[in-house]
Design a protein around this ligand. Structure first.
Ligand code: ARG
Length: 590
């Protein structure tokens, strides 16, 4: 990523290191931004930490160096001249601190304003990627875990899109196949014997329908038998059973779509059932490669480092979740020619995917090197907890309807909005749109901002607060910036053409530098597939803007007005890019 400050600095240090220790191979420049964690930003913006490592390599050799500080000094002396750097200094046992030139920072931000933020996007060297996410199960609950998967998955897709991977699929691996359908169909036929008019009404509330049929299944052996026969009939393609299956799926789908519509997510569905015809062929290929073994009547695959086997075909000849994933991964690699496949599920499925991927490496269908393409990655996330620290459930029922949850977020935002004086003259539509943007944005952000591996506690009051690290706070901050620009009465496109950025005040410089660091932060978020990194960046940006820059630097009416308006505009642009990546709709006035 040529736009990253860190990489550009690393290139300069690389030149210097080659000159400083020409005889040492594999010396990689260690350059990082100074943060509170690395000892503060007091001494510089970036730091190069190579001197100590080099000293341990050259100690005792005839180099003339007397210790890490003398190496650090040599690294400084050997740096090629560059417009980037204002000054370097030596600190502690040989750290090289770099102060960037404020003109160079200003020019970088200015260039982004002219060329657009896409110039700050890194490029991934692949053409086709897929994110398998959301993937709820028909007739079962679409629970908050699926909501997390949907929110995280959509953000990962948007991040990959920004890196200009040409073709990215949002894949819904719907759980639309399996033994539960025997039970459901049998129950459906029982409830509406006149099978011509099986309608949504007969199924009604699908979760209740599922529960009732499960009760029948568990209580009545005769029903159970019919249900098992129904599975066979369905899998053999009996039209009556297929029709009923499809009807049940459609009822579920309609419910899922309500959630997707609110979240602004459009997935491409290819459910488990799709892969059914491919299963025998894939099992046969694995068998030919010698991977399939018999165990207790089941056909299994053993993989490295796991003592339980992967069950490819059950004892009764039936297929399971694993079987479908064997077939679907095969299909994705061979028919869809994907170079990177990312699976987003709760962390509980880690072993499932670990075994699946290992089986494919054993078969030689995936490279041994996990970083080589074609590549597969499982992205796990923690549980969603309620205030009581237990799995999130609503008070009245065991499950929370996701649609209700999103509607509740919106409802609360609407109340808060109507209480504001500034909204008195808003149209009904404006109120609706804005409360949706804030409400749904808040739910998404609360989920994305925490490291995805940690469990998170679902709490409306916290996520809808206008203080602290919330979408509400961020959306307000963005709206305020837009209103500063509006109130200046200037045409910002004109200012972009004629004005230029000057970073003389330390808070202007701080803001400019943070803006310029967007490319490297994005790169970090992207290479670890960690949206939370992006959230931290966005929150800090809003804080620097409001608490430093805007508190201490007058914008409208000041002699620096045009430069400062450009900084406002650049901040708004970077914030909007982050919002977009996080699936949040920006708000322009509040
Ligand atoms: N349906 C699964 C669940 O609800 C998730 C499927 C994830 N994708 C996959 N290819 N296994 O847990």
């Amino acid at each position: 990523n040529p736009a990253s400050v860190k990489r550009q600095l690393a290139q300069l240090f690389d030149v210097s290191l080659k000159k400083t220790v020409p005889d040492e191979e594999d010396v990689v420049p260690l350059v990082d931004a100074c943060t509170a964690k690395t000892g503060g930003v007091k001494f510089g913006d970036y730091q190069c930490n190579n001197a100590m490592g080099i000293w341990s390599k050259v100690k005792g050799k005839e180099t003339g160096f007397r210790g890490p500080p003398s190496i650090g000094q040599a690294i400084i002396n050997n740096l090629p001249p560059s417009e980037m750097i204002d000054s370097c200094s030596l600190a502690g046992p040989g750290f090289v601190n770099v102060v960037l030139s404020k003109n160079w920072i200003a020019q970088g931000v200015q260039r982004m304003l002219i060329d657009g933020i896409d110039m700050w996007a890194p490029r991934l060297p692949i053409g086709r990627a897929m994110v398998d996410f959301s993937s709820p199960n028909i007739a079962k609950e679409m629970h908050v875990g699926h909501l997390r998967s949907t929110i995280i998955g959509e953000t990962l897709v948007r991040m990959l899109e920004f890196t200009r991977v040409k073709h990215i699929t949002r894949r819904n691996h719907l759980g639309d196949w399996g033994t539960q359908f025997g039970m459901l169909i049998t129950y459906l036929f029982e409830k509406s014997p006149n099978q011509e008019d099986i309608s949504e009404a007969a199924i009604g509330d699908l979760q209740a329908f599922y529960k009732a049929s499960k009760l029948r299944f568990d209580d009545d052996p005769e029903f159970k038998l019919r249900a098992q026969q129904a599975v066979v009939l369905l899998q053999s393609g009996d039209t009556r059973y297929l029709k009923a299956w499809k009807q049940i799926c459609d009822v579920s789908r309609a419910e899922f779509d309500k959630v997707y519509q609110r979240l602004g997510v459009q997935l491409e569905e290819m459910g488990e059932s799709f892969y059914n015809p491919y299963i025998p062929g894939v099992i046969e290929k694995l068998d030919k490669l010698g991977l399939i073994e018999e165990s207790d009547g089941a056909r299994v695959i053993y993989v490295e480092g796991v003592n339980i086997p992967l069950i490819a075909v059950k004892r009764d000849g039936g297929y399971n979740y694993f079987t479908t994933d064997l077939a679907s991964l095969w299909y994705r690699l061979n028919e869809e020619k994907l170079e990177w496949i990312v699976y987003v599920t709760d962390i509980g499925q880690q072993q499932h995917f670990d075994m699946l991927f290992k089986a494919f490496r054993r078969a030689g269908w995936l490279p041994r090197n996990e970083n080589a393409y074609p590549k597969v990655t499982h992205i796990g996330f923690g549980l969603v907890l309620g205030d009581d620290g237990k799995r999130f459930r609503s008070r009245s029922s065991e499950v929370v309807r996701l649609v209700d949850l999103l509607d509740e977020a919106k409802r609360r935002c609407k109340i808060a909005l109507l209480e504001r004086e500034t909204t008195n003259d808003w149209s009904e539509e404006e109120i609706e749109k804005t409360s949706e943007a804030i409400g749904y944005g808040a739910v998404k952000y609360a989920d994305l901002k925490i490291n995805r591996l940690t469990n998170y506690t679902f709490n409306f009051d916290q996520m809808l607060s206008d203080k602290g690290n919330t979408a509400v706070y961020l959306l307000y901050a963005h709206a305020r910036i837009c209103s500063i620009i509006r109130k200046s009465g200037k045409d910002i496109e004109e200012v972009k053409k004629n004005g230029f950025i000057v970073l003389d005040h330390e808070d202007e410089r701080l803001l400019g530098l943070h803006l310029l660091q967007f490319p490297e932060v994005f790169e970090e978020a992207c290479s670890n597939l960690l949206p939370s990194v992006l959230c931290d960046y966005l929150y800090t940006l809003a804080e620097i803007f409001s608490k430093k820059f805007y508190s201490n630097c007058q914008v409208v009416g000041s002699p620096e007005e045009s430069s400062r308006l450009l900084l406002c505009e650049a901040t708004a642009i970077v914030m909007r890019k982050c919002f977009y990546l996080l699936g949040i709709e920006p708000v322009y006035k509040l």
